[in-house]
Each structure stands twice: as structure tokens, then as C-alpha cells.
Design a protein around this ligand. Structure first.
Ligand code: NDP
Length: 339
């Protein structure tokens, strides 16, 4: 019998998740059955969508039940396998959750080759977040050469990929991030044409000055004050892939100030905007293969760069996750669970 140390959801957070909303426990795992493998987690991905799983508000995916381990993508080492295609010692991408060990169906696992790319990239630039950027930008945003593309959370795995893919497609790119360190990275590492700090008191004026020709694609990652500043800058026929609204994930009430829905809908109408929400899994069956080969090529050619923020130890997962929601992470947030 193998034991797993796991972080379970003890209660549903109101506002920012706190340590008391979780419990760490050690339980025995069943032996893997036919079509299953026993895995040791090496790396756990922490992603903003997990905040939604902690809540029982209606969503596109069911919530984590109270007392159940938190879900999450993982890179793991195979300890035991019932299929010759996966041998002990192999490294796989799976969905083991916030746990040191897991038993998972083999059909849910993808074997990784560390000689092709560092295995952690399967959680970021070559994984779900990179694919989110690729599919949402190219399918909904459709940036054309010379157009202006704006994205916030732009040093994160989604936003940084959005900016770099938009640049490859010939667009003029405006990246938005929080604080001087991240803003410097936008230009130096990710090649944005313009870098802006959404925390600056005159952010809306700076955005207006930085977009003299208006905005053709706004890749919506954050919502909140950034969206308020973007809305008046949108050009006729602008496209808005609505990917995430992280500014609101911990909200317990509506934002202060007047109801802005009327102004928003009137802008959608007058400017013939396309506002299209999406969950990346919608596009995966048709596009994930193309994404892996194209993104892999861009990384090899030095046209796409990535940044990872690796936190040591599962015991730091809750604190690190809270930090992600307020921008304390610097790049794709990953927990190193075992060596
Ligand atoms: P990041 O690693 O970029 O982390 C989130 C970032 O959001 C923070 O680092 C912070 O960056 C920024 N942020 C937090 N609060 C605010 C705020 N009030 N105003 C502006 N920015 C804020 O996350 P990901 O790249 O993993 O995800 C980006 C977005 O994409 C999220 O909304 C996520 O939910 C969404 N997503 C959607 C998917 C889909 O299928 N639709 C799939 C994957 C992700 P900073 O310090 O720069 O402010």
C-alpha cells in the first residue's frame, strides 16, 4: 500500500481562500487496477480556475466536494503501471490534484519526453495555459498584421503567450501587468511593443495614449478596472475573446459605482463588437496537435519565451495559490512536490 499526502477542501472560501479552508491529510491509496497507474507527483500546476472549483456557484465544471482533494494538473513519475506502454520511471502529464501520489486512468495520461522540452512546460507554455492563448487568440481574436492587440496578466502563462503569438502574426502588442518588475519583463522578455502598469493611478490615460489607433483585439484575462479602461478604446469590429476575469474571482459583491452594463451593451451595438467567451477544452480536439507542433517550433526558434515560478513543497500550495489571485506570482505558478 502506498500513502498519499493530500490537501482537501475543508470549507468553501468567501473572498480570498485561506489556510483554514483546507486540510492536509495522509490516506492510503488503492492498488492500481486494470487500465490504471500509480504515480508520484513531481510538479503540481496552480491555476486561477481552481478558485471556481472551490465555490459551489454554477459553473462549466462541478465544484470540488467538501472533504475531497483539490484538483489540478500534475507532472508525475510512474511507479506502477498495468500497461506496457508506460513503464515505471516514465514521466507523465496527468490530473493528480493537490496530492503527493495518485492512481489515475492510463487514458488520462500523456507521456512526456524531457529531451524535447523541460517537463514543467507541459503545465504552462506547452500545456493548457499556452493552448488557451493559442486557441482563444487565433480562433476568436484573429489578429491581423498592423492591428493593435491588448492583453493583461501579460507576464502570466496565458497573457505572455497571447502577446508573443500576436507579435508573430504581425500585430502591434500592448501588455499590461502589475508593478515595475513585471512591466520591465513585458518588453525585455516577452517583446511587447508597449508595457503598462494597471496599478498606475493614471492607467486609463496611459492606455489611451498608448493606443492612438484604438484597440482591435482585447484578450480578456482580468476584467475589473482594466476592462473599464479598454472599453472606450475599442475600434469598430474589435474582437474580445473572454478568457478569464481574475480581478473578480474573490469578489463577494458587485463592483462599486453605477451599473455599467448599459454602457457596455451600447458599445457592443454601436461598434459591432464580437464578445465571445470560451473554455479552452472546446478547441482542444481540433487544435491541440497543431498547437503542440507550432508552439514547440516557436520556442525552439526563440520566438516564444516563457517564465516559470516554482514554489518548493506541497505545504506551500495554499499560500502560493492565494498569491496567484493577487499577482504575487512571476510567471507560470508551479509547486515542486517531489524531487
Ligand atoms: P496568471 O499566472 O497570469 O495569474 C493571474 C494574474 O492576474 C496575476 O498574476 C495578476 O497579474 C493578474 N491580476 C490579478 N488581479 C488583477 C486585477 N485586479 N487587475 C489586473 N490583473 C490582475 O494566470 P494565467 O495566465 O494562468 O491565467 C490568466 C487568465 O486566463 C485567468 O483569468 C484565468 O482564469 C484564465 N484562463 C482561462 C482559461 C479558459 O479556458 N477560458 C484557461 C486558462 C486560464 P499582475 O500582477 O500582472 O496584475
Amino acid at each position: 500500500m502506498v500513502q498519499t499526502t493530500q490537501i482537501v477542501l475543508a470549507s468553501r472560501p468567501s473572498g480570498m481562500p485561506a489556510e483554514q479552508n483546507f486540510r492536509t491529510e495522509t490516506v492510503e491509496l488503492p492498488a492500481p487496477g486494470a487500465g490504471e497507474a500509480l504515480l508520484q507527483t513531481l510538479y503540481l500546476s496552480l491555476d486561477p480556475y481552481m478558485r471556481g472549483r472551490m465555490s459551489d456557484a454554477p459553473s462549466y465544471a462541478p465544484p470540488v466536494r467538501i472533504g475531497q482533494p483539490m484538483v489540478g494538473a500534475t507532472v508525475s513519475r510512474v511507479l506502477e503501471s498495468t500497461d506496457p506502454a508506460l513503464a515505471p520511471g516514465d514521466t507523465v502529464l496527468g490530473y493528480g490534484g493537490w496530492r503527493s501520489h495518485s492512481v489515475e486512468p492510463l487514458r488520462q495520461l500523456r507521456k512526456l519526453d524531457a529531451t524535447v522540452a523541460p517537463v514543467t512546460t507541459a503545465l504552462g507554455v506547452l500545456g493548457m495555459p499556452g493552448f488557451t492563448a493559442y486557441s482563444g487568440l487565433l480562433t476568436i481574436g484573429r489578429p491581423q498584421p498592423g492591428e493593435t492587440v491588448v492583453v493583461a496578466a501579460a507576464t502570466g502563462p496565458v497573457g505572455s503567450a497571447v502577446g508573443q503569438i500576436a507579435k508573430i502574426k504581425g500585430a502591434h502588442t500592448v501588455g499590461i501587468a502589475g508593478g515595475p518588475k513585471k512591466v520591465a519583463l513585458l518588453k525585455d522578455r516577452f517583446g511587447f511593443d508597449i508595457a503598462l502598469d494597471h496599478r498606475a493611478p493614471d492607467f486609463a490615460d496611459r492606455l489611451a495614449a498608448a493606443t492612438p489607433d484604438g484597440i482591435d483585439v482585447y484578450f480578456e484575462n482580468v476584467g475589473g478596472a482594466v476592462f473599464d479602461a479598454v472599453l472606450p478604446r475599442l475600434n469598430p469590429f474589435a474582437r474580445i475573446p473572454v478568457c478569464g476575469l481574475v480581478a473578480d474571482y474573490n469578489a463577494t459583491e458587485l463592483p462599486p459605482g453605477p451599473d455599467r452594463l448599459g454602457r457596455f451593451m451600447s458599445t457592443v451595438l454601436r461598434k459591432s463588437l464580437t464578445v465571445r467567451g470560451f473554455i479552452q477544452s472546446e478547441f482542444a480536439p481540433d487544435q491541440f496537435g497543431d498547437f503542440l507542433s507550432e508552439m514547440g517550433g516557436w520556442i525552439r526558434d526563440g520566438r516564444v519565451h516563457y517564465l516559470e515560478d516554482i514554489v518548493d513543497g506541497l505545504e506551500h500550495a495554499v499560500e502560493a495559490f492565494g498569491g496567484l489571485l493577487v499577482g504575487k506570482n512571476l510567471g507560470k505558478l508551479i509547486v515542486e512536490v517531489a524531487d
